[in-house]
Design a protein around this ligand. Structure first.
Ligand SMILES: NC(=O)c1ccc[n+]([C@@H]2O[C@H](COP(=O)([O-])OP(=O)(O)OC[C@H]3O[C@@H](n4cnc5c(N)ncnc54)[C@H](O)[C@@H]3O)[C@@H](O)[C@H]2O)c1
Length: 445
């Protein structure tokens, strides 16, 4: 099939490269000249495992092109995916300006029947909105269908998720469009759920909101564990062994971040209020999430601060992990941003390390009070505590004795419960974690 993908970010690039790898001819459009130049030069503008190889192979074999021109992408294509950003406005509402602009550009480029597929995460009713925008701007008589095909990929494993999705959701108002979409996804071995457009749009938000709820729920349980002496890991294991609950998304920590969960939860809250049926549980989910980082910052300041307990003046903190989650360079809504902000405000100097997100982090955190380091050990050099913010795999294998030797004070705050208290304590490091208490150095492994 001939496909156009508008928006060459995390979702658009992965979608385009996987469809081209399945034998389709794909043209990727992006309004950013810089991004298209990077892609044309053979480079991958984002860090996503397996993506560079896919881009490279399909570009070389002539199935994948890049352009800033929407007409160039739309003209030969039967299916046009919209994969542009849908950030939040300050009131939680979704900013649909990128979607609107993409829809207008598509309308102006129509030269025959097209299926316009919304893959961006958009509030219920946006399918209708896109249809209206296209109707308003299309040349006379050019026919089209709008489809909602929400994306569920996870950054860090986006290629795998796109090739082996748990399910494909197709919201369509015409049998013709639904059948062509089924045809497109036929090579993937997974359940395909065909619904109306509104249901497909809500499936995406309800899924993300439910996962966010699980995260805030276990974090609230972690608070109970901290106060009562229980171990949240044991509690989560006990809960997750119940097949009605399941073990996933029950890791207590610093809460959800990233480019999706925070804005999608806010958007669904906003939609529910607009529809007159406030989704109160979600409000609590967002509130619990918002206190995770301040709670850890408070613990760090209490343990390391001066007599007043407020200041981290003359203290150095190693921040290990900057991206919002492992295996990505994405810093959108990363917990490290908020935590570094609070620690800097308290007067600390930060020594930061991330395996891939340092360049992106530098543009957000700046250089003032922050030293960017080459490794976890380098970051720990002379620091008064090591704080783990992102659970990168390479941190799991750290030599804790070497880490202790690098630190000025052997203290660790593990915001993701990466380690077992015994091993950290046995390495001579005081261990603070989430929902499991505090462990002095010198314990048994
Ligand atoms: N990133 C994820 O993990 C993920 C997962 C599922 C769903 N989503 C959703 O997918 C959508 C895209 O997310 P993303 O992370 O890929 O965003 P992104 O910011 O990485 O990419 C969006 C791209 O669209 C381009 N763009 C914006 N307006 C354009 C226009 N009018 N024409 C052409 N290009 C345009 C931007 O330059 C940018 O490169 C969002 O709605 C998001 O909520 C994201």
């Amino acid at each position: 099939m001939h496909i156009c993908v508008i928006g060459s970010g995390y979702v658009g690039l992965v979608t385009a490269s996987v469809f081209s790898d399945l034998g389709n001819d794909v043209i990727c459009v992006d309004s950013s000249e810089k991004r298209v130049e990077t892609l044309l030069s053979g480079e991958c503008p984002i860090y996503e495992p397996r993506l560079p190889e896919l881009l490279d192979r399909n570009r070389r074999e002539g199935r994948l092109q890049f352009t800033t021109s929407t007409p160039f992408g739309v003209a030969p294509s039967e299916i046009v995916f919209i994969c542009v950003g849908t950030p939040s406005l300050t009131n939680g509402q979704t900013d649909l300006s990128q979607v609107e602009s993409a829809a207008r550009d598509i309308a102006n480029s129509l030269n025959g029947y097209k299926i316009i597929v919304n893959k961006s995460t958009v509030p219920v009713g946006t399918g209708d909105f896109v249809r209206r925008v296209i109707e308003e701007h299309r040349p006379n008589g050019k026919n089209f269908d709008v489809v909602s095909n929400p994306e569920f990929l996870r950054e860090g494993q986006a290629v795998r998720d796109t090739l082996q999705p748990d399910r494909i959701v197709i919201g369509a108002s015409s049998e013709k469009a639904a059948n062509r979409m089924r045809e497109l996804y036929r090579p993937l071995d997974c359940p395909v759920l065909v619904t109306d457009i509104c249901s497909a749009e809500i499936i995406k938000y309800a899924s993300n909101a439910f996962l966010a709820t699980k995260i805030s729920f276990i974090n609230a349980v972690a608070n109970l564990c901290e106060e009562s002496g229980a171990d949240v890991k044991a509690v989560a294991k006990g809960m997750g062994s119940d097949i009605r609950i399941g073990p996933h998304f029950l890791e207590a920590g610093l809460g959800y971040g990233g480019s999706c969960f925070p804005k999608d939860v806010d958007s669904l809250i906003h939609t529910s209020v607009e529809l007159g049926i406030p989704f109160n549980i979600l409000q609590q989910v967002a509130e619990e999430n918002a206190v995770r980082v301040p709670r850890l910052a408070k613990r760090i300041i209490k343990r390391l601060g001066d007599d007043s307990g407020n200041s981290l003046k003359n203290k150095t903190i190693a921040i290990l992990g900057l991206s919002f989650k492992p295996d990505t360079d994405d810093m959108r809504e990363a917990k490290s941003i908020e935590l570094c902000g609070l620690l800097l405000k308290a007067g600390a100097h930060i020594r930061a390390y991330d395996p891939v997100a340092t360049d992106n982090a530098r543009t957000i955190l700046g250089e003032d009070g922050v030293t960017y380091c080459k490794s976890a050990y380098d970051a720990a050099e002379g620091a008064d505590a090591a704080v783990f913010v992102t659970e990168w795999r390479e941190f799991i294998q750290l030599d804790l004795h070497r880490l202790r030797e690098a630190l000025r004070q052997p203290i660790m705050f593990d915001g993701r419960n990466i380690y077992s208290p015994g091993e950290v304590s046995a390495a001579g490091i005081e261990y603070h974690c989430i929902g499991r208490g505090v462990f002095p150095p010198g314990g048994n492994p």
